[in-house]
Design a protein around this ligand. Structure first.
Ligand code: ADP
Ligand code: MG
Length: 234
């Protein structure tokens, strides 16, 4: 059964279209990589999927989850990088819903936060100051935070931006594990075409409207895919 169904989606800013007539479906357990040039509508799609931006026409339907149940890992800004809080505090901000919006976190919620730090290989960082971590460690913490709000769908915006190659590979391996071993559906925006060619099962290529949607292998062999990926990357 479809987890997500996007139909004829059109989204405008002040009358100018950022997305036009976009349709695609995702099934539970899919791993989708969203690619396209700057300004092609990737972030607009993410904002609309999260319910932060209203469609001008068309529809987005989730089957069995609300937009509040989506785990979201935003692109990091420099301010967030220096966030003056402990790792545990950062992860717990992802647990507000699981905690029933009570003013203090319950022991059960703290256990859940710890479990998600373990899942992202960051358990030993719990007591550290977030701002003192490396970029790769911070991304692990933000992934754990996103996992606190979902067991079903994770939306990641440029999760490896500014990471060195080793940390990049580790984060990709972790996302792949969350998808394959834990069955979490992934929607990942990336400039890095390697993710598309290497591990995402499905590709959505945008240029304000749909350029390609389908299996990664079909994309690699399509004219659009060959043009965008460039032969040297494969
Ligand atoms: P991408 O994430 O692929 O780089 P965006 O979704 O951010 O693309 O942008 C798509 C188009 O919408 C661009 O032309 C951009 O200038 C425009 N746009 C994005 N955000 C806004 C905004 N808040 N106000 C007006 N125009 C915007
Ligand atoms: Mg963007």
């Amino acid at each position: 059964m479809n987890l997500l169904s996007v139909k004829k989606l059109t989204v405008q800013y002040d009358g100018s279209e950022a997305l036009h007539d976009l349709s695609f479906d995702l099934e539970s357990g899919d791993y989708l990589c969203v690619i396209g040039e700057n300004g092609s509508g990737k972030s607009t799609l993410i904002k609309t999927l999260l319910g932060l931006k209203k469609p001008d026409s068309g529809s987005i339907e989730y089957n069995g989850l609300t937009s509040a149940q989506i785990g979201y890992m935003p692109q990091q800004t420099d301010i967030q990088r220096d966030f003056p809080a402990s790792v545990m505090e950062v992860v717990l901000t992802g647990c507000l819903k699981a905690n029933g919006f009570r003013p203090f976190f319950t022991a059960k919620t703290k256990e859940f936060a710890k479990k998600n730090l373990q899942r992202t290989g960051a358990a030993e960082l719990a007591k550290k100051c977030y701002g003192e971590l490396s970029g790769g460690q911070q991304q692990r913490v933000l992934l754990a935070r996103a996992l606190c709000s979902t067991e079903k769908l994770l939306i990641l915006d440029e999760p490896v931006a500014n990471l060195d190659p080793k940390a990049t590979n580790e984060i990709y391996a972790l996302i792949d594990k969350l998808n394959k071993e834990h069955g979490i559906t992934i929607i990942m925006v990336s400039h890095d075409i390697r993710c598309a060619a290497m591990q995402a099962g499905k590709i959505l290529h945008l240029d304000k409207t749909l350029v390609f949607f389908g299996d990664t292998n079909d994309y690699i062999n399509s004219p659009e895919g060959r043009h965008f990926l460039g032969h040297e990357h494969l």
